[in-house]
Design a protein around this ligand. Structure first.
Ligand code: ATP
Ligand code: MG
Ligand code: MG
Ligand code: MG
Length: 459
């Protein structure tokens, strides 16, 4: 950082950007040259970073490595770089809104999970090699949490005086999960360490629990709708988590590892796993089924009393008697959603984000070093300040591509690859009177020339 702070800035008129430092009364301008973003890797460099051949990678993984969104750490583990962390924080904020709108309360449970909890449900054995196990210095056994049904049920069961009047509880967290996947691949789509949102619900009757189940599914629908991702909700297997009713939220795309059966004539949709090997017709209307591949981005389970009976998670019912809580659990693959969105929205060469998740909303490109540079540079700085002052939601969202040793064309190519929703070029026409800025709207593909006021209106 000292080296950064003292290095002279290439663009006169720009306030040098220093992290953690603000000049009183003046907002910092974020400049691209200071971003930590190992990038512009060629395809062969990407493959050698991963130690892999082409057929083991997919588009989102390649693009995310190429533009410096992620960097491999070890098999199935990635460093999440600054742009990705910004996108993920935005996603988590949306998830928080949706979960809290239905009464969710956020908690945060330890990743280190004692073996005895898992032995109680027999999952210490059932989970097999997927569970990452370790011992502490006293020889006590733990796993790194792949999911938290045991931990949350034991926690709620520790409260001995719960009444039906307090239920339902909808408790959720967004934390790292650990699974020793047999085939970690496709970057963030299948990692060994990844972020999940997991919610666990406690109700006082099966009917109430079913209502909660539909409420959470509705919140998932709303989240994916806001992200502009067309998910299909399909009937699913309960797997090692258990329970009696389960659905997956699947994003149809070819790299998906799940096979889905969808009925074009009625609303039936299921993961093929649930249909057995030979079923070819729709179980609901007997019509022919079509098959498509999908990425599982969310999963919901109605658990009943499977876990509450083991840990004795009780409440006092309306008759004053102890009764077992009816539970549900609900996962969303947070890091998987980021990669899956990039997978379905991007072209082969250019990343496209759900508008609400783009790490920065606007990229400003001033002209290359040379004639009239000073005037254009000053104009760019003013435009930057004007946007961030006039549109409060865009504070911290505007990035200035100050690499003026590069041509506008080269930087535009980069910006296009990166997928900022709006790219504003301060070119020759910007110096006319009145100035006109060239605005690229990435999500609609439009290019328009606008005055400063026009730009503000558009944003
Ligand atoms: P998969 O079938 O893809 O292995 P799963 O059924 O084992 O997933 P769940 O136990 O249902 O996963 O976990 C909830 C959510 O967590 C999944 O719907 C998915 O979005 C996400 N998830 C699961 N495993 C991974 C992983 N290895 N990497 C990234 N996200 C994952
Ligand atoms: Mg799995
Ligand atoms: Mg699955
Ligand atoms: Mg699942």
């Amino acid at each position: 950082l000292p080296a950064l702070a003292t290095c002279s800035h290439q663009l006169s008129g720009y306030v040098p950007h220093r992290f953690h430092h603000r000049t009183p009364g003046r907002r910092e301008r974020l400049v691209l040259s200071r971003m930590f973003q190992p990038q512009n890797l060629r395809e062969d460099q990407v493959l050698s970073l991963e130690g892999r051949s082409g057929d083991l990678t997919c588009k989102s993984q390649r693009l995310m490595l190429q533009v410096g969104l992620i960097y491999p750490a070890s098999s199935g583990c990635y460093h999440l770089l600054p742009y990705t962390v910004r996108a993920m924080e935005k996603l988590v904020r949306l998830i928080d809104q949706e979960m809290q709108a239905i009464g969710g309360q956020k908690v945060n449970m330890p990743s280190l999970s004692p073996a005895e909890l898992w032995r109680a449900t027999n999952r210490w054995d059932l989970m097999g090699k997927e569970l990452l196990r370790l011992r502490d210095r006293h020889g006590k056994e733990y796993c790194l949490g792949p999911t938290h049904e045991e931990a949350i049920t034991a926690l709620v069961a520790s409260q001995k005086t719960l009444s039906y009047k307090q239920l339902p509880f909808l408790l959720y967290q967004v934390t790292r999960k650990f699974r020793d996947e047999p085939r970690p691949r496709f970057g963030l789509l299948r990692g060994r360490e990844f972020y999940m949102k997991d919610m666990y619900t406690f109700d006082c009757s099966p009917e109430a629990a079913r209502q909660t189940y539909h409420l959470v599914c509705g919140a998932y629908d709303s989240l994916f709708h806001r992200l502009g991702l067309r998910c299909v909700k399909v009937q699913a297997d309960v797997g090692s988590i258990g329970g009696t009713m389960s659905h997956e939220f699947q994003l149809p795309v070819d790299v998906g590892e799940d096979r889905l059966a969808i009925c074009p004539s009625c609303n039936f949709a299921a993961n093929m796993e649930t249909l057995g090997s030979a079923q070819t017709n729709c179980p609901a209307c007997q019509g022919p089924l079509t098959e498509t591949k999908g990425i599982e981005v969310g999963h919901t389970f109605y658990l009943g009393t499977k876990y509450s009976s083991i840990f004795n998670s009780q409440f006092t019912n309306v008759h004053g008697r102890p009764s077992l809580a009816e539970m549900g659990c609900y996962g969303l693959g947070v890091t998987r959603i980021l990669a899956a969105a990039i997978e379905v929205l991007s072209t082969e060469d250019c990343i496209r984000w759900p508008g609400l998740l783009a790490p920065y909303q606007v990229c400003l490109i001033p002209p290359k070093k040379g004639s009239k540079e000073e005037a254009a540079t000053e104009l760019t700085g003013h435009l930057y300040d004007h946007i961030t002052e006039a549109v409060p939601q865009l504070r911290g969202e505007v990035l200035l591509d100050d690499r003026t040793h590069l041509t506008i064309g080269n930087r535009l190519k980069d910006a296009n690859k990166f997928g900022y929703p709006f790219v504003i070029i301060v070119g020759r026409r910007a110096l006319d009177n009145p100035a006109h800025f060239e605005v690229w709207c990435q999500n609609t593909g439009e290019v328009v020339f606008l005055t400063r006021e026009g730009v503000l209106e558009l944003l």
